[in-house]
Design a binder for this molecule. Structure first.
Ligand SMILES: Nc1ncnc2c1ncn2[C@@H]1O[C@H](COP(=O)(O)OP(=O)(O)OP(=O)(O)O)[C@@H](O)[C@H]1O
Ligand SMILES: [Mg+2]
Length: 490
């Protein structure tokens, strides 16, 4: 518990007001018991039900839970103490309590106490916030987590009166993957894994990752994408595939490479429906790691006023899921707030850029975008992404491949079709449009009671007005911009 040293230092320095956001009250108490073992100050706890109670030795009597009386009692204590106040911040709406607490914190007629406000979410009036220091709670380390796992295994054996089967390698991996969780959360997951089958083995790992994701995703901004794709599912992104294959070993290596920087992320820019989203999934598949999608839309809609905090939490969560791919789909939509949102989208961009530059964990970012004029220039600067790939409309040979792929996916034999002719007839179509053509040909054929053939497909193609024709100017402008600035994905 190395963060404990920080806490001890803060208490030694008589920091007046600490804020700890957590639901793990027991852990806060344990941490401070360790602190006072070295710093030797009285340790108090306050709750609405029990009022003020001394924790470091049994002392009779407690002060009524009333906020004013409590703060008066704290101020009256001559001996410098540590006060763990659970859910006390809710009472600070009263002018009197607020004033009293400020006076204690500013040491007006009061000893140099340390007040610790603890709660799941502690919001303070500005004047107090300015005087406070927010500290992250030390989470259990590997040793402690291993202890939790052992404890739960022993408890299960005693309860079931039989031996638990443990695969030692898997148990070590499980413990490593519990890092970043609070002790109660880790215990809950381990118990779930053990009770499922009375064993701890490699088949527990997917369940573990999923449970962990659910716990970490409290903001609801992240989506776990169970179905990653393979590069075999997507035509025309040969360069991206090679790029990933070349970096896979360095990305996954346990120890940093002495020469090569680990890959950090790519931006996929391109025409709509040409496979950017699919490519993002294939990148996760190519690295062989889970894919987590960040939902920028929700970030703004659901949490007005808490946007940055939620983004911070979400990004921190992804680091705990590492190695993984973080997919930010349609990034331009999340960042193009202009000046009309009170600067929120600028701050979001700033935070995202800093995080991308400083993150140490193996979180590979894949961002996708359709429009470049809405993308902030800072995001495109050299060094932000390892590479900006341009996913263009598929060329003729790739269109033939896409036809083949999607025919097969719909149980049609590509050998029964003249792919080069279909490819030539679909000039200007995106992959999504080719797929749609096949779907509508299937409907046409079903209507006629015949299986779809070359003629039905060609007919369906003639009915299609590709986006690249309808929006020629936009597509041309995007291609012109990409020229010389991006690497062609194919
Ligand atoms: N290059 C391709 N190879 C195979 N299938 C493709 C390709 N491009 C598009 N498709 C098909 O079209 C569907 C839609 O593509 P996708 O959503 O990946 O495009 P996108 O570039 O992300 O589009 P948007 O800009 O609209 O988000 C895919 O699920 C796939 O079935
Ligand atoms: Mg997409």
């Amino acid at each position: 518990m190395s963060e404990l040293d920080d806490l001890t230092t803060l208490v030694r320095a008589a920091t007046p007001l600490l804020v700890i956001e957590t639901v793990d009250e027991q852990r806060v108490i344990e941490c401070f018991r360790h602190v006072i073992a070295q710093a030797l100050h009285p340790l108090w706890r306050w709750t609405l039900t029990d009022g003020l109670q001394r924790l470091d030795f049994a002392a009779a009597g407690s002060v009524a839970p009333d906020a004013t009386a409590t703060l008066e009692a704290i101020r009256a204590q001559d001996e410098r103490g540590i006060y763990l106040m659970f859910d006390f911040h809710g009472l600070l709406g009263y002018a009197m309590s607020l004033r009293q607490l400020r006076e204690i914190v500013q040491r007006q007629r009061s000893a140099a106490h340390t007040i610790v406000l603890v709660g799941a979410k502690v919001e303070l009036p500005d004047e107090l916030e300015a005087l406070s220091l927010r500290v992250p709670l030390a989470l259990p380390d590997l040793k402690e987590l291993a202890g939790i796992l052992r404890g739960e295994a022993v408890a299960w054996q005693r309860e079931q009166n039989r031996r638990i089967e443990v695969d030692n390698d898997a148990a070590r991996t499980i413990v490593r993957n519990l890092l970043g969780l609070s002790a109660p959360d880790a215990r809950r997951i381990v118990r779930k894994l053990i009770y499922a089958d009375g064993a701890l083995g490699p088949n527990d790992l997917p369940v573990l990752m999923q449970s962990k994701f659910e716990l970490l995703n409290r903001s609801g901004l992240l989506h776990y994408e169970y179905a990653t794709a393979s590069f075999a599912d997507i035509a025309g992104v040969a360069r991206v595939r090679e790029w990933v294959a070349r970096r896979r070993a360095v990305f996954l290596a346990a120890a940093p490479d002495p020469v090569l920087d680990p890959p950090k992320g790519v931006l996929l820019l391109g025409v709509q429906g040409c496979g950017k989203s699919l490519a993002a999934k294939a990148i996760a598949g190519g690295f062989g790691v889970p894919l987590v999608r960040l939902d920028f839309g929700t970030l703004y809609d659901k949490y007005q006023g808490e946007t940055e905090k939620n983004l911070r939490e979400a990004l921190t969560s992804t680091e705990l899921l590492a190695p993984c791919v973080l997919w930010i789909d349609e990034i331009e939509k999340g960042l193009a707030g202009g000046g009309e949102d009170g600067g929120v989208s600028r701050r979001v961009l700033g935070y995202l850029l800093t995080w991308m530059a400083e993150r140490k964990a193996k979180v590979f970012v894949v961002a996708t975008a359709n429009a470049v004029n809405e993308l902030p220039a800072e995001l495109l600067r050299k060094g932000r992404f390892d590479e900006i790939f341009f996913v263009d409309l598929p060329k003729e040979s790739v269109r033939a491949e896409i036809f083949g792929m999607h025919l097969k996916r719909r149980k049609l034999d590509p050998a029964g079709f003249d792919l080069p002719t279909l490819a030539a007839a679909s000039n200007g179509c995106s992959g999504a449009e080719i797929e749609q053509t096949i779907v509508s040909a299937l409907y046409d054929a079903a209507g006629n009671g015949t299986p779809p053939d070359q003629a039905t497909l060609l007919h369906a193609l003639q009915q299609t007005r590709p986006l690249s024709v309808l929006m020629r100017e936009q597509v041309d402008a995007l291609r012109a911009w990409a020229q010389g600035r991006c690497v062609a994905a194919d």
